[in-house]
Structures are given as C-alpha cells and as structure tokens.
Write a protein that binds this ligand. Structure first.
Ligand SMILES: [Mn+2]
Length: 326
C-alpha cells in the first residue's frame, strides 16, 4: 500500500464528559461547520468526514467513567473500520479521554493478523494524562488515557477491545508537558516512558524533540501515530482548549516540524483533541488546529506549505493562567 492512495477520513469524537469543562463535546461539529475538511483538502489529499461518534449522555448518571468506557468501544470500532478501509483516520475531539478508543481501535486493527504487532505513539500535550483512579485528584478520565493505554488504571479503560496493554512504555514518547501531578509522573518514571518536558523543548527546539520521538516510536514497531492535545500550544495561539495552561508551544514551530509526517507509510492515524469552541477567539484555535493537522497530512514539498492566511500574525488576547488540571 502506498501513501498516495490513502484519503483522510475525519472521525469526530464528540465527547466532553471525560473532563470538568464538557464543552469540548461540541469541538468536532464546530470544526466541521467551520470547514476543516475543505481546508485540509488543499494539502494534497482527498478528505472526507466519516463517522461522528457521540457520547451517550443517558449514561451520565452512572458517572463519567461509564460514559467514556461505552464511548471508547464505539470509537475503537470506527478506527479499526477506517484503517481496514485503507483510509488515514484523523480523530477530531472532544476531550482527550477519546484517546483510549482511538488507540485501542488502532491496536486492534494492527493485531488482527498478528497479535505480536506493535504500535508506536507520539503524544504532544501540556499534561501527562497518566493518572489512574488511585492517583487522580479529580477522577476525570481525560487525565487517564496514557495510563490506560499502558495497561494501568480502571478496567473500563484498560480493557477496551481486549485486556492487553495497547502500548509498551518504550514505544511511547510525550512532548511538551508543563503541568502535572506527582502520582502520574511517578508512574511514567517507573515504567521508563520518555517524557520531553516543555523546558526540554525550549532548550532543544520542537523539531529536534520530534525527530528523536519519531526515531524512538518507529524502532521495533509496525505502525505509529500522533495524538495532539491543543493545550500543548501557547494559549496566545490556541485559547480555545479544554484545560488551558500558560505558555506553551508556538503553532508556527510545531507546524514546521510536523510537516509531511503522514507521508511515512507506517504512519497509521492521527488525533487532535480538546478543541473548546466556547473559549475560542475569532477562530484562532480552529486555525491552529488546521495548521497542525494540515502540516501532518501535507503531501506537498515543504516549500509549498501554506497554512491559514494571516494565522502567523494573529494571537489571542492575554488569558488568565496558569490553570493546571488536577
Ligand atoms: Mn491531554
């Protein structure tokens, strides 16, 4: 299979119940109405919207974990179906709890023919998202997907698809964290997961970190993907996110480093999450989302990279912060 024949299938992950601010549930519909699909199609690939998987609000009386668990099963099925149809699935969230469904579905698809096949994952985020119910002060599932994918935490999240861990610690790299609690940091340290904090990115540059991350997640794995939380970006560039944290990565530097990575035939899926349209300012965050995703899936040579007109000159009004996420 060559990369040229993989059209992008945008899959909506309409869920907000995994987070304290549930308004990211409207993220996929908002980006769709804004015209994300048409804008991405300028990057040299066919683009279509596939399923929009929505959380079942009738489950809320049972708590957020029940909502996320049931949602994850359906999102995982949508991912496996998309990959088997030879699409390049791009999940648009939604709070980051959707990552459990996204990458469980990708792992299921990979393992269908050979249970030994391995998934590599680069995770760009302001947070570690590696809590378990034992360490999480808030108990919110969007702070738990990394732990769950590594096989730690609530069975409702770790056993989506099957009971095996979906990732090995050495096949995962986090880039950009700048807000975390000790319990989740301890778990990742114990497991030996490579975490490039925001301070490390400031020292080395995002491109250098990304280069190392890709080298790691493509070593001894069969396919790899990228999960991008918009809160990794500076709120000046992306004010409309679920859990805003002061400072952060700048969109221009990130987009340049991500350019064309989906041309790698081993690149299996991407995910962009935590778009909160209620907190966006003049669609600045929607433009940032398009620039990040567009860079990833761009099939043109780097010199042809466009991006949203004027996006590099626009920044948000100053926002209150830091607002860490317990
Ligand atoms: Mn996250």
């Amino acid at each position: 299979m060559t990369d040229a024949i993989r059209p992008i299938e945008l899959l909506g992950a309409a869920i907000g119940e995994g987070a304290p601010d549930r308004r990211t549930r409207a993220g996929p519909a908002s980006l769709r109405h804004w015209g994300l699909g048409g804008r991405l199609s300028a990057r040299g690939r066919a683009v279509r919207w596939g399923a929009v998987v929505g959380s079942d609000l009738a489950l809320m009386p049972q708590g957020p974990m029940a909502v996320v668990a049931e949602f994850s099963q359906r999102l995982a099925a949508a991912l496996a179906e998309s990959i088997e149809a030879r699409h390049l699935p791009v999940v648009v969230g939604g709070d980051h709890s959707c990552a459990v469904g996204t990458w469980s579905g990708v792992a299921a698809s990979l393992r269908r023919d050979d249970p030994g096949r391995r998934l590599g994952l680069v995770w760009v985020d302001a947070h570690l998202d590696a809590h378990t119910p034992e360490t999480s002060p808030s108990q919110m599932p969007h702070g738990m997907p990394i732990a769950a994918l590594l096989g730690h935490g609530a069975p409702a999240l770790t056993e989506v698809g099957d009971a095996r861990p979906k990732l090995r610690p050495g096949d995962l790299v986090l880039i950009g964290p700048r807000s975390w609690e000790s319990g989740e940091a301890t778990l990742l340290e114990r497991l030996g997961v490579r975490v490039m904090t925001h301070d490390e990115v400031l020292r080395r540059g995002f491109a250098d970190c990304m280069h190392e991350a890709i080298a790691r997640v493509t070593t001894d794995t069969d396919r790899w993907g990228l999960s991008f939380d918009l809160d990794a970006l500076d709120p000046l560039d992306a004010p409309g996110t679920g859990s805003r944290v002061a400072r952060g990565l700048r969109t221009t530097e990130v987009a340049a480093a991500l350019h064309g990575l989906a041309r790698d035939p081993r690149f299996v899926a991407a995910e962009l999450v935590e778009y909160n349209p209620s907190l966006d300012q003049d669609r600045l965050t929607a433009e940032a989302a398009e620039r990040v995703l567009g860079a990833m899936v761009d099939r043109r040579e780097p010199g042809a990279a466009g991006g949203a007109p004027g996006a590099e000159r626009r920044t948000a009004r100053p926002v209150a912060g830091p607002r860490g996420r317990p």
